[in-house]
Design a protein around this ligand. Structure first.
Ligand code: ZN
Length: 563
């Protein structure tokens, strides 16, 4: 129990600033100790809460996804992505410290880029997944012996009133230490945001600058959810400058989804009900075609259930309904009669992809984020609907339960959903047919523009377009999904602020890191100041709207000026 601090030890000595925040119940003490440095228990609380968080993290095994873009300068756009990198794993914290379990890596885009990767690694920055996990809490020496906390001010982050401190290591501290700022909520003194870096920074062994956020997921429990990383002027080798930005997201905290439970858990009861006989025969006898459909639906439900338990598929919810509405528009205008009905789900990961599991269409969070409008969403859905209408089937081997018993980290390898090239082409053709008869037929220019932009970025963003399950939407310049739409689309105009072929990552979907539910962002679109704001497919900083678990906003203190 490394974290248990002896509360009986002397209280932390803080700088003068702390006296200001302590106005309420500590004001008397302040007056009395005016001449000496004031003694305040708040720092002690903060050190204690942070240690408790680290201890609490032993109980959880969240998924950690990091996506990095290396940037290069661009005259018009400021900077643009030059290459990218991606990791997905599970964070494991135990007695030995922090470690990770990687999800199986799938094949890189092509042999060429793998060769390039090798060559590049001689002079390029190598990113270590573990390094990104160390940016979510402060190391075990974060205590009063090693750090001073210098109080700056109060500040609201979202609904939550916080106290802001600079964290400064004491003179005697050697080895890697945090230097930066923390925001601490003022009820239990949990750190809700930390921003800074580790020092000393030495060549070839760089600690990134990071901005790390926590969310109040359960009463009294603030857990790491987002980390933004950025470097723009680090010299590292052969005179090269590192210019990168990265997003790390954590989710899957709820123990139900953490893989700790037995693999035999069966949650199919609800979904099987959907398959209730609708033939109108009035009895439960089913004819062979129906039993084949029922068998296929079982395989489908098995796969979806297993993905959900592995923490990579969002539970059915609000976003599914939005997608369903667009699918219905296509189904109705094309007089399709698909039994059992088409369903939609969201894959929680960033790489851009869509695929079908039987009659369920799955779209990744990353793809939903960057799609510019409903017509381009309809374009993605219509391709998948094409597969379904053409009877491209899920392998029914997944109807056998033993196929679903494997460690979570193998999910990409164990479940195969790729279609062959011929089926891809057929689905494209079918999709165009559907779109031409749909309410989206006059709005397809934006879908074509999206594809153009995707095509244009596919060389640089090879990890972003590298799917976990589905088929690639773009393959360098040799192949692009729904290529016909691209041909009829207008030219890309990087300088035109009104042309938005794709959005930055994180634009639409909000993910609840506790229970994996997703919802649409409520914020309204923002007017762009310049073409530099377009940031197609790019990583941006993250500012979660902090709220307390009980949903009640903290009150703004009336006495003193607050920010
Ligand atoms: Zn396909």
């Amino acid at each position: 129990m490394r974290f248990v601090y002896k509360l009986s030890t002397l209280l932390m000595v803080l700088t003068m600033g702390v006296a200001v925040l302590a106005e309420s119940d500590r004001s008397k003490a302040k007056d009395k100790d005016k001449d000496q440095a004031p003694v305040d228990p708040i720092a002690e609380h903060i050190f204690y809460s942070e240690a408790k968080l680290v201890e609490n993290m032993h109980k959880f095994r969240p998924l950690v996804e990091t996506y990095i873009q290396n940037m290069k300068p661009d005259k018009e756009l400021g900077s643009v992505p030059e290459s990218d990198k991606y990791f997905l794993g599970r964070l494991i914290l135990n007695e030995k410290g922090i470690s990770r379990k990687n999800f199986d890596e799938h094949d890189r885009p092509n042999l060429m880029s793998r060769v390039l990767d090798r060559l590049n690694s001689f002079y390029k920055m190598n990113y270590l997944p573990l390094g990104f996990m160390q940016l979510i809490f402060l190391n075990d020496r974060f205590d009063k012996d090693n750090y001073d906390l210098k109080y700056l001010r109060q500040q609201f982050l979202g609904d939550v009133r916080t106290l802001v401190f600079d964290v400064v290591p004491k003179k005697h501290v050697k080895g890697p230490h945090f230097l930066g700022r923390i925001w601490v909520e003022d009820q239990e003194y949990n750190i809700v945001r930390l921003n800074g870096t580790y020092e000393p920074r030495v060549r070839l062994n760089t600690f990134f600058h990071f901005d790390s956020w926590r969310i109040n997921m359960q009463p009294g429990l603030w857990l790491p959810a987002y980390v933004y990383t950025e470097e723009s002027d680090v010299q590292y080798a052969f005179g090269r400058t590192l210019n990168m930005k990265g997003q790390t997201r954590l989710w899957g905290y709820d123990l139900k989804h953490s893989g700790i439970q037995t693999e035999f858990t069966n949650v199919q009861v609800d979904s099987v009900k959907d398959n209730a006989d609708s033939s109108g025969t009035g009895n439960n006898e089913i004819v062979p075609v129906q039993s084949e459909h029922k068998w296929e639906r079982e395989a489908e439900d098995n796969v979806l259930d297993r993905m959900e338990r592995a923490g990579i598929l969002a539970p059915d919810g609000e976003v599914s309904k939005v997608l369903q509405t667009v699918v219905n528009n296509l189904v109705i205008t094309n007089n399709l009669n698909i039994e059992p009905e088409v369903r939609c789900r969201v894959l929680l990961t960033t790489p851009l992809e869509s695929f079908t599991v039987g009659h369920t269409i799955v779209i990744s969070r990353g793809l939903l984020d960057v799609l510019p409008d409903e017509a381009s969403l309809a374009m993605v859905l219509s391709h998948e609907l094409g597969h379904i209408a053409l009877g491209h089937r899920l392998n029914t081997k997944y109807a056998f339960s033993d196929r679903m018993i494997f460690p979570d980290e193998e999910v990409f390898r164990q479940i195969g959903l790729k279609e062959n090239e011929a089926e891809e082409a057929e689905a494209d053709t079918k999709a165009l047919e559907f779109l031409q008869k749909s309410p989206y037929k006059d709005k397809l220019a934006s879908a074509g523009l999206f594809l153009r932009a995707l095509d244009g970025h596919s060389h640089q963003l090879s990890w972003l377009i590298n799917p976990h399950f589905g088929n690639r939407m773009a393959k360098g310049s040799s192949h692009l999904r729904m290529a016909a739409l691209q041909q009829s689309a207008p030219e890309l105009e990087a300088r035109n602020i009104n042309q938005l072929p794709a959005l930055p990552l994180g634009s639409r979907i909000k993910l609840d890191p506790w229970d994996d539910r997703v919802e649409m962002q409520k914020s309204k679109p923002v007017a762009l100041l310049s073409v530099r704001d377009k940031m197609l497919f790019e990583v941006t900083p993250m500012f979660p709207n902090l709220v307390r678990f009980n949903g009640k906003p903290d009150e703004v203190a009336t006495k003193q000026g607050n920010k």
